[in-house]
Design a protein around this ligand. Sequence first.
Ligand code: NAD
Length: 241
Amino acid sequence: MKTAIITGASRGIGRAIARSLAELGCDLFLTGRNEEELYKTRELILSQPGAKTDNKIVIYPRDLTELESIDNLFVAFEKSFNNLDILVNNAGIAYSRVFGEYNIDDWNRVMNINARAPFFLMQKAVPFLEKADPGFIINICSVVSQKGYAEQSLYTASKHALYGITKAVAKDLQNKNIRVHAILPGGVDTDMVKAVRPDIDTSEMITPEEIAETITFLLKMNGNAVIDEISIRRKTKLPWA
Ligand code: NAD
């Protein structure tokens, strides 16, 4: 049985990833800030058609901007699981604000969850993942990992950082048989994007399930080919723009 840690699994993209990995038969260690919503993710998985009722699902509600939550996460993980195959760094926040209005607290909050937490979670996960065959790290970056959108300077900084970390760590961990992937979505229909980009018509947005499908695709690749990153745009956006 494969085991996955998914951060930000209490809603949005993380919840969809949790549901699709459960369908693949994975046992899950789910983190996020909202305990009630994490339990809802668990309930949704266990009640979904074709549910594998033997999926073991452990909930770990914590704020991952606190470094001790990251240390304690792996202590809690080891109490329930012997092996780790997949780490999905999905938890994140976004602000949309004119450049002059950001302050140092905003900087710390955004960078700590979007870049620092994935960095140290990857580091702590390596001793487990190097025993998997192969180990997977999936980092949910963004189209703004490669672009810059107005009023998203701080979010853009954090997602450029995560993308850069992903590329470097992929090289560091190749000899440990750990694959490190970047997913770069455009607008996905979640609470986050509704708050940050109320201008986008939700009917045009990518669904969280479509993002989850790309991860399933990566996890199923067991031949000689590896895809390092996947960029996903809304179909109404200009290709390659
Ligand atoms: P969301 O706001 O619906 O969910 C975010 C999740 O992250 C929640 O489970 C929340 O509990 C968790 N989280 C946030 N701060 C946390 C903290 N300090 N500690 C622990 N958990 C925390 O957002 P979403 O749209 O599902 O976004 C998921 C990821 O996808 C984020 O990294 C986001 O940047 C990225 N992304 C989203 C979009 C989009 O359009 N929605 C596009 C590109 C990338």
